[in-house]
Design a protein around this ligand. Structure first.
Ligand SMILES: Nc1ncnc2c1ncn2[C@@H]1O[C@H](COP(=O)(O)OP(=O)(O)OP(=O)(O)O)[C@@H](O)[C@H]1O
Ligand SMILES: [Mg+2]
Length: 284
């Protein structure tokens, strides 16, 4: 394969909105369609790495950013065929500071990904909860951004700031950057406020908001402590069904989707309707 990868940055400067859960599980679902996928953990917290049981990796994304290693040297095979992980480590915090004086500091990740362009069809970047230099590197490297959004009171204000930053990045660093879509996470439709916020988000962003919502699901929060993405931990859970369906929706709509790959595994289709749970959720 020689074509360039499509790079998706999972971004929201607000903490705890489901960025990592979305990046970790979407990457797994993309790989399940036999698309060669790289998940980049760009957060010093390293949650996406530990979600795949990767801790204390000797080299990680920091070494790539400072030019000491290539993605090929550092990426680790995951338990899922077609999925590699570029892990993070705590010294990634230092990268924010060390890179400040570096020439082309916002382009470090883009350059590294460009060098690995024939290795991966899709690259998913899990960003930290800030709009600092690491996130700027992700936005500069990305073809598109995916925004996980929790339907809370301040959700739209946060979005406005993110939209401004994206606009600045488009003007100065990466004119091709597109909004891939907005995914509603940790959804509890019994909550009135959540329903109102959802209506408002859909009014503002129209069909950029995916039809698939990710429900609040305990299996999704358990999976990382077992070092597994949800499709390995419990493929019949509501969370797995939602992420499989979201991957399908993204691949259906997206510019990079038109190709020959395998279909996604079947979840329990009927079980994701509002308020229902699957057999395995009920066991949980
Ligand atoms: N759909 C869900 N149902 C239940 N729990 C969830 C769901 N999505 C995420 N969580 C849990 O909520 C917490 C925050 O999620 P996550 O780590 O994905 O957010 P984040 O945006 O990456 O956070 P940070 O900004 O700190 O990086 C985690 O404990 C995660 O397991
Ligand atoms: Mg995170």
């Amino acid at each position: 394969m020689s074509k360039a990868s499509h790079v998706i940055a999972v971004v929201n400067q607000k903490g705890g909105v489901g960025k990592t859960t979305t990046a970790v599980n979407l990457a797994a679902c993309f790989a399940a369609t036999e698309r060669r996928t790289l998940l980049i953990d760009l957060d010093p917290q390293g949650n996406a790495s530990s979600a795949y049981s990767i801790v204390n990796s000797p080299q990680h994304v920091y070494d790539v950013l400072i030019g000491e290693a290539t993605i090929e040297q550092v990426a680790i095979r995951s338990a899922i065929e077609f999925l590699d992980i570029l892990p993070a480590g705590p010294d990634l915090v230092g990268a924010e500071i060390e890179l400040v004086s570096a020439e082309g500091r916002e382009h470090k990740l883009a350059e590294a990904i460009a060098r690995a362009h024939d290795q991966y069809e899709l690259v998913v970047i899990d960003c930290p909860p800030s709009l600092g230099l690491l996130t700027l590197n992700a936005l500069t490297a990305a073809n598109s951004l995916l925004i996980p959004l929790q339907c809370e009171y301040y959700a739209l204000e946060g979005l406005a700031r993110l939209t401004e930053t994206t606009e600045l990045v488009r003007e100065s660093l990466n004119p091709g950057l597109q909004l891939l879509g907005i995914v509603l996470t940790m959804v509890d439709m019994r909550n009135n406020l959540a329903r109102q916020v959802e209506a408002e988000v859909r009014r503002h962003f129209g069909d950029k908001v995916y039809r698939t919502r990710v429900p609040r699901n305990v299996r999704l929060s358990e999976a990382p402590s077992h070092g597994k993405p949800i499709i390995l931990y419990d493929i019949h859970s509501k969370g797995a069904v939602a992420y499989l369906r979201l991957a399908e929706e993204i691949l259906e709509k997206a510019p990079f989707a038109a190709s020959r790959n395998a279909a996604l595994p079947e979840g329990e289709e009927a079980a994701v309707e509002e308020g229902e749970s699957t057999a395995s959720d009920r066991e949980a």
